[in-house]
Design a protein around this ligand. Structure first.
Ligand SMILES: [Zn+2]
Ligand SMILES: [Zn+2]
Length: 140
């Protein structure tokens, strides 16, 4: 099949360095995000733009990877069915709350990092060597 319309000379975007078909003569940026990038970095020298664009893309990419990993971690339920705390700080807070109700038994609760779901849980079981070896919920 023959592509419709005349084949225009491609231009190279001076921001992302991608080739594009200019819609208007003299167009230097391929897309709205690239134009927006130039608007946001008015003071940047045009020769610095591609490097800045790439750095911004890498930053964005890294942030996305981190965000996705975090979301995956949060979505994964604990195989032990325990309440999950995503940080040690959260677990400590929960521990303090719970301890208020059971002040009669000091130190009966502790927090530990669950190797199954990679988050923090409270447990009333005393720490045992098996917990370290087999992990919590290792009653066999
Ligand atoms: Zn571009
Ligand atoms: Zn767990």
């Amino acid at each position: 099949m023959i592509p419709p319309g005349p084949i225009e000379a491609l231009s190279r975007c001076d921001v992302c360095l991608g080739e594009f078909e200019p819609v208007t003569p003299g167009q230097r940026r391929c897309s709205e995000p690239c134009r927006e990038f130039v608007r946001q970095h008015k003071r940047a020298h045009s020769s610095a733009l591609p490097g800045m664009w790439e750095a911004a893309q890498n930053r964005e990419q890294r942030a996305r990877v981190t965000r996705e990993a975090l979301e995956r971690q949060r979505a994964r339920p604990c195989p032990g069915g325990k309440v999950r705390h995503h940080s040690k700080r959260d677990a400590r807070k929960a521990l303090r709350r719970a301890s208020r109700w059971y002040r009669a038994v000091p130190g009966w609760l502790r927090i530990y990092r669950c190797p199954d779901c990679d988050s923090w849980h409270l447990t009333s079981r005393p720490a045992r060597v098996e917990d370290i070896v087999a992990g919590p919920g290792g009653d066999r």
